[in-house]
Design a protein around this ligand. Structure first.
Ligand SMILES: Cc1cc2nc3c(=O)[nH]c(=O)nc-3n(C[C@H](O)[C@H](O)[C@H](O)COP(=O)(O)OP(=O)(O)OC[C@H]3O[C@@H](n4cnc5c(N)ncnc54)[C@H](O)[C@@H]3O)c2cc1C
Length: 318
């Protein structure tokens, strides 16, 4: 028996979520009295995963897997899970992870639970806690099948160092037909995406118009952050719809979320409340966002943001 985690990588480098699922898998393996095995696909160096508890890394390299294809990747993960006698398979909650989990679950006839925020509270019955109702509530879910597939919610368990002496073995995976009529041929943005971002700088209607987004872009660039916006801003065409966050937009689970000129309506908060630290800049001290904020600045964004940029630049230069 083992716990298999899929350590996803991009251009050969591990994503932070990969380190989180390895940390998570290590803990679950300890609870079950077994080992965690990390699977990598076309990653250049797997040794980083030993730092987070992966005693064993199974490395698959194949040109046919250069582009993500859920069916092909899920087949590889299933094959490795069977070869490693894994009863628990863990993936991250990225778009790719959410594609993979149900296919792996069908392949293994496993129970599958997404949005999981913690290691099992009990391994018999196997009980996991998951977020529900737009992250406003939690539920405990029992997975009663022999095999289990868990999707770990981003930034919920965290990355934990647990240095072990690991080893890597290569695996010749069977490549199945992709079976799809579309494929990703190009990545058109080099910017940090909202899903992967550690820091998100988001702005709302308080910025008055699209011509004022320069300072938001600049603040994001200084911080290495992704940019986001409230729904009205994308509805008005000030920013692309891809940046709209909230209940009807993208969810955000960053370490830091900076909200500029956003009122903090419940539909907005529903999508961002998984973020760890929230900083709010708003002229109105009664803005509802302040109740959800960890740090608040009552002030005019057009004065506060340029000062913040200046200070951050000076700090980085020092
Ligand atoms: C079914 C439904 C789904 C929805 N889904 C979403 C969603 O997913 N995401 C979302 O964001 N909204 C969503 N909404 C809309 C939501 O209810 C709010 O209307 C919206 O979030 C408000 O956007 P805002 O805060 O940018 O604008 P406003 O409500 O207009 O707030 C602007 C804020 O900027 C402040 N401000 C003004 N000038 C300045 C300044 N110079 N400096 C600093 N602050 C300033 C104001 O005090 C105010 O608080 C949804 C609504 C419905 C009905």
């Amino acid at each position: 028996m083992s716990v298999l985690v899929f350590a996803d990588s991009s251009e050969g480098k591990f994503k932070k979520t990969a380190l989180e699922v390895v940390s998570y898998g290590k803990k679950v393996a300890e609870q079950l009295g077994t080992n965690v095995v990390a699977l990598t696909i076309n990653a250049s160096d797997s040794s980083e995963l030993y730092t987070y508890g992966a005693e064993k890394v199974v490395s698959v390299s194949n040109d046919a897997l250069q582009t993500f294809n859920a069916k092909q990747y899920a087949a590889v993960i299933t094959e490795v899970a069977k070869a490693q006698n894994a009863t628990v398979v863990v993936v991250d909650s990225s778009t790719d992870g959410l594609y993979l989990a149900p296919i792996i679950a069908v392949n293994l006839e496993a129970g599958c639970v997404s949005n999981v925020v913690d290691v099992p509270s009990s391994t018999s019955p196997f009980t996991v806690k998951r977020k529900t109702f737009s992250n406003k509530a939690f539920s405990n879910t029992v997975i009663s099948t022999e095999h289990k597939v868990i999707v770990v919610a981003k930034n919920s368990y965290g990355v934990h160092e647990n240095v072990v002496t690991g080893s890597t073995e290569t695996f010749e995976a069977t490549i199945v037909e992709s079976g799809v009529k579309s494929e990703k041929i190009e990545r058109v943005t080099g910017k940090v995406t909202i899903a992967d971002a550690e820091i998100v700088v988001s702005a709302g209607r308080g910025l008055k118009g699209p011509e004022n987004w320069g300072m938001v872009e600049e603040l994001a660039s200084v911080l290495g952050a992704a940019t986001a916006c409230s729904k009205p801003v994308s509805d008005l065409g000030w920013r692309p719809h891809a940046e709209h966050v909230g209940q009807t937009g993208k969810p955000v689970a960053s370490n830091l979320y900076i909200a500029i000129g956003i009122s903090g309506a419940i539909q907005h908060l529903a999508g961002i409340n998984a973020s760890k630290v929230k900083v709010v800049i708003n002229t109105d001290p009664e803005a509802p966002f302040f109740k959800a904020a960890d740090y608040g600045i009552v002030g005019d964004a057009f004065e506060v943001v340029p000062k913040l940029i200046e200070k951050l630049k000076a700090f980085k230069a020092s």
